[in-house]
Write a protein that binds this ligand. Structure first.
Ligand code: NDP
Length: 247
């Protein structure tokens, strides 16, 4: 039997891209999903499709930058399914820009979604996981969490933070012998809506000339499934997944 079956998984950023792909992958393995994002129309459609195909999912409109809404999301999962086995902190923004453009509002948004959203997610699920002495927190970082380049300073900073926070949490939970597993997934370039928030023309021109063929959301979804389906005593701490041609 799949080790994913009947696990209750909260998935943020489920309305598109990697999140949507992961929802489809996990539901095929029998997971029970609590889907979160801001765009209700997308969440509603995905949930309907999952149910029509015999899967089990609910959704909750959630802005991850609100601690209150993240607490509500965890409560929804506990009220409906009685437990939280896995949180996938996937929601993210990537409005890349050169720092001298001073797009400070965009810096703020990335910090709020990519870092604070992850922290609020951890805060929302840790108490029930500690009580149950089991659980898994999967945080989506990036290859940009291992490196940096022009135009990527703030985004890379947020993704480095996600990795460091996740590793620190891993060490604390190992010390406490809580049986809580932590996983960092660091994708390379994946074909999604993520670049849509980029407003810096210099960055956009750079992207246009890219000859790299991105991988697909399903390729990251299968990696997330792999991390979840391991036996409980096996903790996949970090995986990088790039297009083969990405430098
Ligand atoms: P998408 O833009 O397709 O998905 C981003 C998701 O985040 C959407 O579902 C969006 O939903 C959600 N989101 C954004 N802001 C908020 C918010 N404030 N509250 C709740 N949800 C929010 O991009 P990807 O699927 O590519 O991105 C998923 C993750 O993967 C991100 O963390 C990204 O940084 C990471 N990643 C992606 C890579 C790529 O090449 N695509 C590479 C490396 C990492 P909504 O707008 O409905 O709220």
């Amino acid at each position: 039997m799949s080790n994913v079956k009947d696990k209750v998984v909260i998935l943020t950023g489920a309305s598109s891209g990697i999140g949507e792909g992961t929802a489809q992958e996990l539901v095929e393995q029998g997971a029970k999903l609590v889907l979160a994002a801001r765009r209700e129309d997308r969440l509603k459609e995905l949930t309907s499709t999952i149910k029509e195909n015999g899967g089990d999912a609910i959704y909750k409109v959630t802005d991850v930058t609100s601690r209150e809404q993240m607490e509500e999301l965890a409560k929804t999962a506990l009220d409906h399914y009685g437990k939280i086995d896995v949180l996938v902190n996937n929601a993210g923004l990537m409005p890349l820009s050169f720092m001298n453009k001073l797009k400070v509002d965009e810096w703020d948004k990335m910090i709020d979604v990519n870092i604070k959203g992850v922290l609020y997610g951890v805060a929302a699920v840790l108490p029930s996981m500690r009580e149950k002495q089991a659980g898994q927190i999967i945080n989506i970082s990036s290859v940009a969490g291992h490196t940096v380049g022009p135009g990527m300073s703030v985004y890379s900073g947020t993704k480095h933070a996600v990795r460091v926070i996740t590793e620190g949490l891993r060490q604390e939970e190992a010390l406490a012998k809580s049986n809580i597993r932590t996983t960092i997934i660091s994708p390379g370039m994946v074909e999604t809506e993520l670049p849509n928030t980029i407003t810096d023309d210099d960055v956009l021109q750079g992207l246009d000339t890219s000859e790299l063929t991105p991988i697909q959301p399903k390729d990251i979804a299968s990696t997330i499934r792999y991390a979840i389906e391991q036996p409980e005593e096996v903790s996949i701490n970090e995986i990088l997944v790039r297009p083969t041609s990405q430098q």
